[in-house]
Write a protein that binds this ligand. Structure first.
Ligand code: FAD
Length: 433
């Protein structure tokens, strides 16, 4: 019997350590340095953050999404999922544990497709947590449909010249390099005519026109850049993977990114549920605590069931990725988890907010940020609708059309077949009457 829901004791001990460490040492960083997660460390922050990273390394929990050849532990996605549930509670935790998005996905594709020179230049410092990176794919006029992208890269001798606009390139302002997706052959289908480039952030011609913020952030202080690439020249060694391979590379990157977001979302939603339950037991109204009111009990029960269901699906998907060692083979479930994720976080955060009354909607509690986070999860790495299309297509692959007018399950047809199968017995029954 191979199905098992136990965590092996050695790894559980690591999770227990991480749980206490994140609560005691890392969550306070969110309160004092929230928003600075993707800014290179200055001397003050380095004094605090470097020793924390060292402790994580000492516990052998650094960059666990990577194999030992890249400085990780090679624990695989299932264990990473259990760890990410803990890290999802804090915005600094992924940085301290060396597994923050978008750097994890970017590191994965450089590890997978990069040359030795590219790995040396970009991957090593990225894995050390010394530099940050940016993934620059979405364009102002097109996001969900990459076949509409127009940013181009044209060969000129030993160089490529990049021209175009990109939008919502997260962390461009603090990144040391950008991974840019560009059309390199407009004469073939976009699936074969686009390529990826590793572009140092200080290359002439890269202009961050503005840093777009999310709702609630002050104008100009956001971290999602509108970028104009104007005659940006990079050497031929800047090409990541082969010419025309951008789509394959993007799938490798986004497959990992999506499931990692889902893992962290479990932690965030659990935090909202914990807060909801504490409030339900603490607040009295009309003669009893909120937790005695049936509506509130409904919120708690629905949230608990939704969270457990989602968590099991994420763990199962992580387990499947480990088993197949190929994101493409688990595409349907990764897309399904991606589709569920915003709803789970939204619903639980909304209920927790409601149970806290006015305090819940105030800026003294984190619920409105969580709800915005839920909306972001429905867009970043592709909108929910597009992933639903992927799921439906994959599900339909396992089915055949009926070969006549009626469904194969049409009861008269099934009954006729059943009667035929058991005709001898049915005749006997009739004969006995
Ligand atoms: C916080 C955040 C961070 C991001 N970071 C990055 C980043 O680092 N790098 C990067 O390149 N991009 C990034 N993005 C961009 C993200 O990938 C895009 O927002 C996403 O792909 C959708 O593109 P769009 O915003 O242009 O929406 P559109 O493509 O205009 O789609 C808008 C809406 O139309 C509907 N829709 C679209 N297509 C379909 C369809 N086929 N069927 C039915 N309905 C459809 C959906 O409701 C969708 O939400 C980020 C986005 C957010 C919110």
């Amino acid at each position: 019997m191979a199905w098992d829901f136990e965590t092996e004791p050695e790894f559980q001990a690591k999770l227990d350590w991480a749980d206490a460490f994140v609560r005691d040492e890392v969550e306070p960083l969110d309160l004092v340095w929230g928003g600075l997660e993707f800014t290179p460390l200055d001397d003050t922050r380095r004094k605090v953050v470097d020793p924390l990273k060292q402790e994580v390394r000492h516990q052998r929990l650094w960059a666990t999404h990577l194999g030992p050849e890249l400085g990780g532990e090679g624990y695989g996605q299932l264990k990473l999922s259990l760890l990410n549930e803990i890290l999802g509670r804090s915005s600094w935790a992924p940085i301290v544990f060396g597994c923050q998005a978008p750097d994890t996905g970017n590191a994965e594709i450089i590890a997978h497709y990069g040359t030795l020179g590219q790995k040396d230049r970009y991957l090593r410092p990225l894995l050390e947590g010394e530099i940050f990176s940016c993934y620059s794919m979405t364009e102002p006029h097109a996001g969900a449909d990459p076949t509409m992208f127009t940013t181009s890269a044209v060969k000129d001798g030993d160089e490529w010249v990049i021209n175009g606009w990109k939008f919502f390139s997260s962390n461009a302002r603090t990144a040391s390099f950008l991974i840019v997706m560009a059309v390199t052959n407009p004469d073939v289908s976009a699936y074969a005519g686009m390529s990826m480039f590793l572009v140092p952030a200080d290359t002439p011609g890269i202009e961050i026109v503005r840093n777009v913020g999310l709702a609630g952030e002050r104008e100009g202080e956001g971290s999602h850049a509108l970028i104009h690439y104007q005659d940006v020249r990079v050497p031929s060694e800047a090409l990541l993977g082969g010419e025309g391979q951008a789509f394959a590379i993007a799938q490798t990157r986004l497959g990992g990114g999506r499931i990692h977001h889902a893992m962290r979302t479990i932690g965030m939603a659990k935090r909202a549920l914990d807060m909801m339950c504490e409030r339900a037991l603490s607040r009295h109204t009309q003669g009893s605590v909120l937790g005695d009111k049936q509506f509130v009990q409904g919120y708690i029960a629905d949230s608990y069931a939704q969270l457990v269901q989602f968590r099991l699906f994420v763990l199962y998907t992580a387990w499947s990725i480990d088993k197949h060692n190929d994101y493409r083979k688990v595409r349907k479930d990764i897309a399904a988890v991606k589709v569920l994720m915003p709803g789970v976080l939204h619903d639980i955060a909304w209920r927790a907010m409601q149970v806290h009354g006015a305090l819940g909607v105030s800026n003294e509690m984190p619920f409105s940020r969580m709800m915005l986070g839920a909306s972001v999860l429905g867009l970043a790495d592709g909108p929910t609708e597009v992933h639903k299309v992927t799921i439906a297509r994959q599900v339909l692959r396992d089915y055949q059309p009926s070969d006549d007018l009626w469904p194969t399950t049409h009861l008269p047809k099934l009954r006729a077949a059943a009667r035929e199968k058991y005709a001898a017995y049915l005749e006997h029954e009739v004969g006995n009457l």
